[in-house]
Design a protein around this ligand. Structure first.
Ligand SMILES: [Zn+2]
Length: 137
């Protein structure tokens, strides 16, 4: 990540970052303010949740596939959890990506509306593939 403010506004000398995010200029003694905290965004804030939700349905489908060998009933339960998480993930990830990549409100809504069914479809197929053996289709 590039730091936007690495040049002293007073003398244009290089700024060094101190602990706590304060910037200090060795040339003129200027001490900048701490950089503003990143703007919190409703959906763009948690990358971790995004990835967990994106991977969870596939992980649960795989779990269902593996558990299904030992106990078909448990496999169905895990597979159902995968299906539910797939629906949640589609909504969350669709909104997350829409908010993050849409430049206008209209684009955000459009991206979200396209991605939610797309992610839901992918998750549905993954979970069905994982459960197919368990349910003996
Ligand atoms: Zn300076």
């Amino acid at each position: 990540m590039n730091d936007p403010a690495t040049i002293c506004p007073k003398c244009n000398g290089p700024l060094t970052e101190l602990q706590g995010g304060l910037r200090h200029c060795a040339g003129c003694g200027f001490e900048g303010e701490a950089p503003p905290a990143a703007k919190p965004r409703a959906f763009g804030s948690s990358k971790t949740a995004f990835w967990i939700l994106l991977v969870a349905p596939a992980a649960l489908a795989l779990g269902s596939f593996l558990v299904g060998y030992a106990s078909p009933q448990s496999g169905v339960v895990v597979g159902f959890a995968g299906l539910v998480s797939g629906a949640i993930a589609a909504i969350y990830c669709g909104c997350w990506l829409g908010v993050r990549f849409g430049r206008t409100d209209g684009a955000r809504v459009a991206i979200t509306l396209v991605l939610i069914p797309a992610i839901a479809a992918v998750n549905f197929f993954i979970v069905c593939a994982g459960c197919a053996r368990t349910l003996q289709f």
